[in-house]
Write a protein that binds this ligand. Structure first.
Ligand code: ARG
Ligand code: ZN
Length: 425
């Protein structure tokens, strides 16, 4: 099935602009089906001679007729396939002329500036290597012992530590907790940036932002700034477009499991792949990945207090809730829908930006093994996945100047969910 569908992916188009050698371009296109002869030709060319990375949707299975597809292609390969693809008469445009230039912008500040101190604006409005995120964690925890505590919850498959920062005002006895994780997917850099921004904001404004004060008077947060630490590091050093973790399972030809397909919720059903080389590989069994196991164990251990689960991803601007592994509606569908709509409305009014919302399976596609569905079935009613900015203009390469806007929108959503939990528990 995978292979047949792969043919359709490859019927997608690119056009050449200024980026031609040793650079990549992002193509945006409408996917359409063509006859099998064309498919085969294109499949052959792309599969054997062209390196491409699918940005959107994240799996070839989810490419749909007349829906946009975002594909990352080496500029030097463009001419080779351009004619072929144009013959298939598929509308296409170059979204990003020079991907390398944007990547450089995303890492510019790190190499050129001395390391920023925790709490400074420039720290939160830039992307950081893992090592800097780790030292930021100790700095911010050290400076704010009345608010933060660093908890080691496990380690990754390459043995990097997995730290959760617990945000809880000293002296307050919280009636519930909210879990937030960032960086399940390696290339979604805005996500770890949000977890850091959120904690930085909380530490700075927990007394001056009245909503936040009200929330922290009743709730505590567990924040995992980078869940897929190995993958994140890999996107910094080797492959900016990597999505999965970096585990190597015996007998597998490729490395990496999609951590958001590895949770025990409709595990490896339709919408995930059992091919270890696929972007959405579900792993050899549920919770096979140490990162997933650590998170699941921690949440299970604290499930009496955790009333909210929020997973931060990008891109596409959406507020999603269960289910994603099945098309049936969740027991709390109405309440979650009202809450998701409220967040989407608030973002539109406050920031003139559009966020879609709804259950994952209906809003995007079937995607089993996800953390939100797993948390929901464990009994955490307020379970959400947020897809932050943007909607494809820059995709995973969101420039640093947009970090603040993306975080403000996400924060507004977290606030709305948290205030609802305060009210309901
Ligand atoms: N883009 C996310 C993913 O593919 C969506 C997650 C929605 N939730 C889910 N359980 N699939 O992982
Ligand atoms: Zn993601």
């Amino acid at each position: 099935l995978e292979i047949i569908i792969l043919l359709e992916l490859l019927v997608l188009v690119l056009l050449n602009k200024k980026c031609t050698e040793n650079c990549f371009q992002l193509q945006k296109m409408s996917s359409i089906y063509t006859n099998s002869q064309t498919k085969f030709t294109i499949y052959e060319v792309l599969h054997f001679a062209i390196y491409t990375v699918l940005w959107h949707p994240e799996s070839v299975q989810h490419i749909q007729q007349n829906k946009e597809v975002h594909l990352y292609v080496n500029g030097s390969d463009v001419n080779k396939v351009k004619d072929l693809l144009n013959n298939a008469k598929i509308h296409n445009e170059v979204q990003i002329d020079d991907v390398q230039e944007l990547i450089a912008k995303q890492i510019y500040n790190i190499s050129n500036h001395p390391r920023d101190i925790a709490g400074s604006r420039s720290h939160y409005e830039n992307y950081h290597p893992l090592e800097e995120i780790f030292s930021w964690m100790s700095e911010i925890t050290g400076k704010n012992p009345h608010l933060l505590q660093q908890i080691l919850i496990g380690s990754s498959s390459e043995k990097r530590p997995l730290y959760v920062l617990k945000l809880s005002v000293k002296g307050v006895t919280p009636k519930a907790a909210i879990w937030i994780d960032c960086g399940i997917h390696a290339r979604e850099w805005i996500s770890p940036a949000f977890c850091q921004w959120f904690l930085g904001y909380a530490v700075e404004h927990y007394q001056s932002d009245p909503d936040l004060s009200a929330i922290l008077n009743k709730l505590e947060f567990y924040v995992l700034p980078v869940m897929n630490v190995d993958g994140y590091e890999y996107t910094r050093t080797t492959d900016r477009m990597w999505r999965k973790n970096r585990s190597q399972h015996e007998g597998n030809f490729c490395k990496g499991t999609d951590l958001n397909r590895n949770f025990d919720a409709g595990w490896c059903g339709a919408g995930a792949s059992s091919d270890p080389c696929a972007q959405t590989y579900c792993g050899p069994f549920p919770e096979s990945e140490p990162e997933v196991r650590a998170v699941a164990d921690f949440i299970r251990k604290n499930k009496e207090s955790i009333k909210g689960y929020i997973s931060i991803h990008s891109y596409s601007q959406m507020v999603l809730f269960p289910y994603s592994y099945k098309t049936e509606r969740a027991k709390d569908h109405r309440e979650l829908m009202v809450l998701a709509k409220k967040a989407s409305d608030a973002i539109r009014v406050g920031y003139q930006n559009k966020f879609g919302f709804g259950p994952g399976a209906e809003t995007i596609y079937l995607a089993p093994g996800g953390s939100d569905d797993w948390a929901y079935d464990l009994g955490i009613k307020y379970s959400f996945t947020l897809e932050l900015q943007d909607r494809g203009r820059y995709g995973f390469l969101l420039p640093p100047y947009l970090i603040r806007a993306a975080c403000l929108e996400a924060y507004l959503t977290v606030k709305i969910i948290a205030l609802h939990i305060v009210e309901k528990t």
